[in-house]
Design a protein around this ligand. Structure first.
Ligand code: MSP
Length: 651
């Protein structure tokens, strides 16, 4: 049977709350979506890429009041900030929806009314603990604090007890239908671990969902009962259907719905993987193919967020390193799904090593040779030899792998493959030594061939990079004298040997200048964004006191997991930690209490030296030592960016 190939691709980001200006976390989701949209356009699909802002609700009402603005004024101001950043990051969205737009408001009301008329929505009364910041009633298993309040587990703020007349969505009626759907579509939620989380949550039983508020004025009024406004999540989720024509352009709607992929952060998974499909089932819409839930960008192990005051300003990073550098770093550093820790060292290292060295140098050297040896216009080429064929073969394999990886949203793996290929090209040049051929007049044609092979490789690699680094890709093609644009060529039409410089090859400066770490950190500090101090650099001048590998091997470095933690009484600095080392449990005394509370460290993993002679500190035995950096007198523990079995050797 002939497989039906879908000719459209509909990708969405969450719509962002307008109480916050955009930060790296928001940029991350949007960059992933942009890379997927750009790739799918290259495959020839008609793409609709939607992003926008979530403008209703108590949170916005409250922030606006604090700033002395109306909610609409606040939204209008913050929207400009989002649009600016997206422009600076070359985000190629097709539509930017604002939930205050008329067509959206009317669409949501129409769906609400339909569900009310058919009995999926009913009127009742609700009492519960409500978190204003998260716009969410707390789940009932959150227990009361000694002072009689409940604390929101998401944001740590006090919740308020609310009782109100409310309309409910009959979520409980969809429990089995949802479970059946998950079973039939195991890739509905990605990565797979998160699908399991959702299934086990739904299996525990679903309660009906309160979907209106009388306490909130800034929201979409319930049709025919305007003292109620529609709960901001019911409103917001429907942006995915109103934006592409539900209720105003049936043709557009039919060509793009259901969505191919909703990209979201892991904190909003339940809304997208449970409530949203249930709403859609009730309204009789098809369900989206995939909800892809990515991890968080952390700063110093905490989620970056405005309320924690630890956000990094993307503008600063773009101004310093360029939009493509930030896009590359965020997509290369972690697979979608895991958390990533943004460190200045990590960022600068990636830019200098991958972009300045591996890619930038290769391009600069090759173009310079083409200009120096042939004035930018290659003459007749020698026949292909075995090494040339190998390079072309490697290219084809890379291209096929990268297409598959992009199709599978494995962006960091795709970038890894492209870099692997760049290293092959660098090696090809090292092996074929064009700089030597340049001194051998009899080898002009061979020299031209070697440079042509390298140029074809660079052209091909930068085409593959286009979804992630569009500016760089276009720039490299221009420098190569390639008259076409990467976006003008379909993936199926890309051919290694199809490089025809219609123009002249140009000499170029470094396309990614190296960044100086110390300068970067001090400028970050000046810009008011949290940064870590620069490492000691004076060490280079000192004579190294080397140890041998044998000596290093004597250290038993292991991954330890904290299973209990408490302060050592009478001290400011010390914590007593019980740690799991896989095969045994130990107790260590660590001088980290000025940086971490016992709760901070519970269940955390770090590296300890397990065979350090035990010591007695303040009368308590310490059976090992954890590794930490000392920064202005504070101990900073290096944590892992994924879970590792306790006891794993570190070498
Ligand atoms: N308005 C809702 C979404 C409604 S979608 C129908 C919302 N908005 S938000 O502005 O708070 O967050 C939007 C997205 O940004 C979420 O997916 C969230 O996970 C993501 N991020 C916010 N901070 C983040 C990090 N520090 N790291 C990565 N992504 C994070 O939720």
């Amino acid at each position: 049977m002939e497989e039906k190939v879908k000719k459209t691709f509909y990708v969405t980001t969450p719509i962002y709350y307008v109480n916050d200006v955009p930060h790296i976390g928001h940029a991350y989701t949007t960059i992933i979506a942009d890379a997927l949209a750009r790739y799918q356009r290259l495959t020839g699909k008609k793409v609709f890429f939607l992003t926008g802002t979530d403008e209703h609700g108590q949170k916005i009402e409250k922030t606006a009041a604090e700033k002395g603005l109306s909610p609409q004024q606040l939204a209008d101001q913050v929207v400009v900030r989002f649009k600016d950043l997206w422009q600076k990051l070359n985000i190629s969205y097709d539509y930017f929806i604002r939930t205050t737009e008329k067509f959206h408001v009317e669409g949501v009301q129409k769906i609400f009314k339909k569900l009310l008329d058919q009995g999926d929505i009913y009127k009742g009364s609700y009492q519960g603990w409500y978190c204003v910041s998260e716009e969410n009633f707390l789940s009932e298993d959150v227990s009361l604090e000694p002072d009689g309040y409940k604390i929101c587990p998401e944001c740590g703020r006090k919740a308020v007890l609310l009782q109100e007349e409310s309309y409910f969505f009959r979520l409980s009626a969809y429990q089995q239908a949802l479970l059946d759907f998950y079973e039939a579509h195991p890739r509905f939620v990605r990565p797979p671990g998160r699908m399991n989380e959702v299934i086990s949550f739904v299996r525990q039983g679903l309660k009906d969902l309160s979907i209106t508020r009388t306490s909130v004025k800034w929201g979409i009024p319930v049709p025919d009962d305007p003292k109620h406004t529609i709960y901001v999540w019911f409103d917001a989720l429907h942006n995915y259907v109103t934006a592409i024509g539900y209720d105003w352009n049936p043709e557009l709607f039919a060509s793009f719905w259901p969505a191919d992929i909703h990209l979201i952060g892991k904190d909003i998974l339940r809304f997208h993987a449970i409530f949203w499909p249930a709403f859609l089932m009730a309204a009789g819409f098809d369900l989206p193919a995939t909800v892809y839930s990515h991890g968080w960008w952390l700063k110093d192990e905490a989620k970056m967020s405005k309320s924690r005051g630890n956000v990094l300003d993307p503008h600063f990073i773009i101004d310093k390193a360029g939009a493509d550098a930030l896009r590359y770093f965020l997509l290369r550093e972690i697979p979608i799904g895991l958390d990533g820790s943004f460190s200045h060292q990590g960022f600068v290292h990636r830019i200098n090593s991958d972009l300045a060295n591996d890619l930038g140098n290769l391009v600069q050297r090759t173009l310079t040779m083409a200009v120096n040896y042939f004035e930018g216009q290659l003459p007749a080429l020698a026949e292909e030899n075995e090494a040339d064929r190998e390079l072309a073969k490697h290219w084809t394999e890379t291209k096929n792998k990268v297409y598959d990886l992009y199709d599978d949203q494995a962006l960091n793996r795709a970038l890894e493959e492209i870099w692997f290929f760049l290293n092959v090209v660098n090696k090809y040049l090292a092996d074929n030594e064009p700089w030597k051929l340049a001194n051998q007049p009899e080898n002009r044609a061979r020299l031209a061939r070697v440079l042509y092979q390298a140029l074809c490789s660079i052209r091909g690699a930068s085409y593959l990079l286009y979804p992630v680094m569009p500016e760089t890709s276009v720039k490299i093609w221009e420098l190569m004298g390639e008259k076409r644009k990467p976006a003008g060529l379909l993936t199926s039409d890309l051919d290694f040997y199809d490089y025809q410089p219609g123009g002249k090859i140009s000499r170029t400066k470094a396309i990614f200048p190296r960044i100086d770490l110390n300068e970067f950190i001090s400028e970050t500090n000046k810009s008011g964004v949290v940064a870590q101090p620069a490492p000691e650099t004076g060490a280079k001048e000192k004579k190294m006191d080397y140890i041998t590998y044998e000596e290093f091997k004597k250290m038993d470095l292991k991954v330890a997991k904290v299973i209990a933690a408490e302060r050592v009484e009478g001290t400011k600095k010390l914590l007593k930690l019980q740690i799991d080392l896989g095969s045994e449990q130990r107790q260590i005394i660590a001088g980290v209490a000025e940086t971490y509370s016992p709760e901070d460290l519970l269940n955390k993993e770090f590296i300890v030296i397990a065979n350090l002679q035990p010591a007695v500190i303040r009368g308590i035995e310490s059976q090992g030592m954890l590794l930490a950096a000392e920064v202005e007198g504070l101990a900073i523990i290096p944590f892992f960016n994924r879970e590792i079995p306790p006891g794993t050797r570190v070498k």
